[in-house]
Design a protein around this ligand. Structure first.
Ligand code: BTN
Length: 266
């Protein structure tokens, strides 16, 4: 991509985000970077309310330290840093809130039915379309900087055979015209809005929104960290964990991988 095109992307994004930028948010758009999350974590002390968008990441990071393939192929690699001013206990709900806010934005703007695989994977028709990586940096005093990274397959997606799971991209699921500035603008606005919700408002919204987004609800699942067999996912706990029923007893999962299981019909 030439520098003129990059400039056009930034101008278009600034135009679409003018109200957000007027409210005190800073925006940087770069051609290539190792990882937008890594960059904003390094700058966290001075990067309050900063959005960083890259056309390409050379070392994109996914959850649990896995790589996030980030070629310059029209996809979204976006991070937002905000000084939370909240206790860590309140922040546990943020990553769920961010993921729902992205799903809501895609549904609202592009009429896409977007589900969430707890806690942060975005799915369309059973195929992963994106994910959220939320990281924190302790600041002097008691404050915490939160760096929220969103990766979305907009115009293309990695080879499912290489990832060994079904993947898709937004453009395959809508007749509407989809471009990176539009997706970046709606997702950016959604992130900023979510971070400004009060804790009570966030909790109320999560409680009402999660069930219709929950891809695992009442599905058989495997939770390797619990060392049990097949369980049934039963929705969110009050503190953002995933409740899983094993032999009639509910256990709550807070971290690690949860996979959709299959029911043995033999
Ligand atoms: C996941 O594993 O599902 C989360 C992927 C998060 C990827 C995004 S892309 C923008 C930001 N920068 C990174 O290095 N990672 C996140």
């Amino acid at each position: 991509m030439t520098s003129i095109e990059l400039n056009e992307l930034e101008l278009e994004l600034r135009r679409r985000l003018s109200a957000v930028l007027d409210s005190g948010v800073q925006l940087s758009v770069v051609e290539t970077i190792d990882s937008t999350n890594v960059q904003l974590k390094a700058e966290a002390a001075t990067a309050d309310q900063t959005l960083l968008l890259a056309r390409e990441q050379t070392a994109g990071v996914g959850r649990r330290g896995s790589p996030w393939q980030s070629p310059p192929a029209g996809n979204l690699y976006l991070s937002y840093c905000v000084h939370s001013g909240r206790p860590l206990t309140e922040l546990s709900m943020w990553s769920l809130g961010v993921t729902i806010s992205v799903a809501d934005a895609l549904e609202r703007e592009l009429s896409l039915e977007c589900k969430i695989k707890w806690p942060n994977d975005l799915y369309i028709q059973g195929m992963k379309v994106g994910g959220v990586l939320l990281e924190t940096v302790n600041l002097p005093g008691d404050d915490v900087a939160v760096v929220i990274g969103v990766g979305l397959n907009v115009a293309s997606h990695p080879d499912p055979a290489l990832l060994q799971r079904p993947v898709t991209c937004i453009s395959k699921h809508t007749d509407k015209s989809v471009d990176l500035p539009m997706v970046a603008a709606v997702v950016s606005a959604a992130l900023v809005d979510m971070c400004r919700l009060s804790h009570a408002a966030l909790q109320a919204w999560l409680t009402s929104s999660w069930p219709s987004r929950d891809m695992l609800l009442n599905q058989p699942v495997v939770v390797p960290t619990l060392g049990e067999g097949l369980g049934i996912a039963r929705g969110l706990s009050h503190d953002g964990g995933l409740q899983v029923e094993f032999a009639g007893k509910i256990r709550t999962v807070y971290a690690g991988e949860v996979s959709l299981g299959h029911v043995d019909t033999q």
